[in-house]
Design a protein around this ligand. Structure first.
Ligand code: SF4
Ligand code: SF4
Length: 430
C-alpha cells in the first residue's frame, strides 16, 4: 500500500478509534490493540505511525469537550462542522494521492518509477469498475489490474445501501467543491452589490420558459434530474449489452484496460478542447445552481440514489415533536436548510433520491427529537459518531480487508506500464 494511502487509512482509523473511546471505552481499547496488530501483520508502518502521531496530537491538543464522552445533544451542534471536516479530509487525501500518482507517472515516463502507484486512483475509473463487477458476478473473475476501482465501487454501494447518498454528501470532492463554488459566487454577487441570484431566475417561474416550451421551472428541474439517470442507463447498457461476458474476460486482460488509469491521467493533464469546454460548463453550472452537477449530471450519484431507495436509514420526522403538528407553528427550517430543496417539513420520511444524508435539516431543526436519520422500527437517531464509524467502516476498513486478502493492489508489471505509457494513443481495446 502506498504512503499516501497508508497516511489516509492511519488518520481515518484513529478518528474511528477516538470516536469509539469516547463512546464505549472498552471497545475503543480493544479496537486500538486490534488496529496495532493488523497494521503490523499487514506491514503498514506508515499507517501505524500516522495513527500514533494523530492520536498523540488529539490527546495533547484536542479541547476538553472532544475528550469527554459525547452527550446525546451533541448531534445537532456537531453535524455541519463534522461534515465539513470530513469532506476536507477526503479532498486532501485524494489530492495527496493525486500528487503521488502524478510523480509516479512522471518517473515512469523518465525511467523506472521508484514511487509506488496509489491504487486508490482506480476509484476514478467507474466504467472499468462496472465491467469488473460484471466479470466478478458473471464469471467469478477478479480483475488483477485495477481491483481497487471495484473495491471502491462496492464500498460506495455499501454505504448507499446503509445511509442513502451519504457518499455524495460526505465524501465526494465534486459535491464539496461545487457547494463551495456556489457559495463563492453568491458572496461575490453580494459584495459587488448585484441583486442577481440564479435561484430567482431558474427556480421561480421563468416566463420565457413557459412561453417557448410550455414548461414550468419545476418541470424543467424534473427533466434535468432525469439526465443523470439517462447517463447511468447508457453506461449500464454499454457494459451489459455492448460487451458479452466472454469479451469482458479478454478486455480485462487487454492493454487498453491495463492503461485505463494512464489514459484518464492523460485526459486531465493534456485535455482536449471538448474536455476543457465540458469542465468549464460543469463549473459554471455548479456556481449558478446549488448541487447542479450532483443533481443533474452525475451517473455515479444516480446509481447511489437508486440503491439509496432501499436504505433503511432515512431522515424521518416525528410529528409529535415537530413544531408544526406539535405546536401548530409555521416552521420550515428543515426545508430552508436543505441544499436539495426537499420539503422535509411536509413529509414523515424523506424518500427523495436527492437526499444526500448531509443532515443539514437535522442540524437546523429547533425541536428536540423531531428530526433525524432513523431506522423504520428501531428507536434512536443516527449520531455524528455513528456516521463517522460508518464512513470508516465502508471507506477504510473494507479496502483494508481487501488489501489483507491481496485483492486491492494492481499487479500490472511496471515494465509493461512503461511501455503502455509510451503508446497510449494506439492501444487496442481487446
Ligand atoms: S433532506 Fe436533510 S439530509 Fe437530505 S439532503 Fe436535505 S438537508 Fe440533507
Ligand atoms: S425544522 Fe424541525 S420543527 Fe421545524 S418543521 Fe422541520 S422538523 Fe418540524
Amino acid at each position: 500500500m502506498s504512503v499516501t494511502e497508508q497516511l489516509a487509512i492511519g488518520v481515518a482509523l484513529v478518528m474511528g478509534i477516538w470516536t469509539l473511546w469516547r463512546w464505549v471505552r472498552p471497545v475503543g481499547m480493544v479496537s486500538t490493540m486490534a488496529w496495532a496488530m493488523v497494521a503490523m501483520a499487514l506491514n503498514l508502518p506508515v499507517a501505524l505511525g500516522a495513527s500514533v502521531l494523530c492520536g498523540g496530537l488529539l490527546l495533547r491538543f484536542a479541547p476538553d469537550a472532544l475528550k469527554q464522552p459525547l452527550s446525546p445533544d451533541a448531534k445537532v451542534r456537531h453535524w455541519n462542522g463534522l461534515r465539513g471536516w470530513t469532506q476536507a479530509f477526503f479532498a486532501a487525501a485524494l489530492a495527496a494521492a493525486g500528487v503521488q500518482y502524478g510523480l509516479h507517472v512522471w518517473q515512469l515516463g523518465s525511467g523506472a518509477a521508484e514511487l509506488a502507484r496509489p491504487n486508490v486512483v482506480d476509484a476514478f475509473l467507474p466504467i472499468a469498475a462496472m465491467i469488473q463487477l460484471k466479470a466478478w458476478l458473471q464469471l467469478g473473475l477478479w480483475d488483477s489490474h485495477h481491483p481497487a476501482g471495484l473495491v471502491m465501487l462496492l464500498a460506495a454501494l455499501g454505504l448507499s445501501l446503509t445511509v442513502k447518498r451519504a457518499f455524495c454528501g460526505w465524501v465526494c470532492p465534486m459535491g464539496g467543491f461545487g457547494e463551495q463554488l456556489y457559495q463563492w459566487r453568491k458572496q461575490a454577487a453580494k459584495r459587488l452589490g448585484l441583486n442577481w441570484d440564479a435561484r430567482a431566475r431558474l427556480v421561480q417561474k421563468p416566463q420565457w420558459l413557459q412561453r417557448t416550451l410550455g414548461w414550468t421551472a419545476k418541470g424543467l428541474d424534473w427533466a434535468l434530474r432525469l439526465v443523470k439517470y439517462g447517463l447511468l442507463l447508457s453506461l449500464v447498457n454499454l457494459v451489459m449489452n455492448g460487451m458479452p461476458a466472454m469479451m469482458v474476460a479478454r478486455y480485462l486482460q487487454g492493454m487498453y484496460h491495463q492503461a485505463a488509469d494512464l489514459k484518464m491521467w492523460a485526459m486531465f493533464t493534456q485535455p482536449s478542447l471538448l474536455i476543457v469546454v465540458s469542465l468549464a460548463a460543469i463549473l459554471i453550472l455548479a456556481a449558478l445552481r446549488r448541487n447542479a452537477f450532483c443533481r443533474y449530471l452525475c451517473p455515479y450519484g444516480a446509481m447511489m440514489a437508486l440503491v439509496g431507495f432501499i436504505s433503511p436509514l432515512k431522515v424521518r420526522r416525528d410529528t409529535a415533536h415537530c413544531l408544526r403538528e406539535g405546536k401548530g407553528m409555521q416552521c420550515d427550517k428543515c426545508h430552508q436548510a436543505c441544499p436539495s430543496r426537499i420539503a422535509v417539513h411536509q413529509v414523515i420520511t424523506v424518500q427523495s433520491d436527492e437526499c444526500n444524508s448531509c443532515q443539514r435539516c437535522v442540524a437546523a431543526c429547533p425541536a428536540k427529537g423531531a428530526l433525524g436519520s432513523r431506522l423504520p422500527v428501531v428507536p434512536g437517531t443516527l449520531k455524528p459518531k455513528q456516521m463517522v464509524l460508518l464512513l470508516v467502516l465502508f471507506l477504510f476498513l473494507l479496502p483494508l480487508a481487501f488489501h489483507a486478502a491481496d485483492l486491492w493492489a494492481s499487479n500490472t508489471d511496471p515494465m509493461m506500464r512503461q511501455m503502455l505509457l509510451r503508446s497510449l494513443d494506439n492501444l487496442p481495446m481487446f
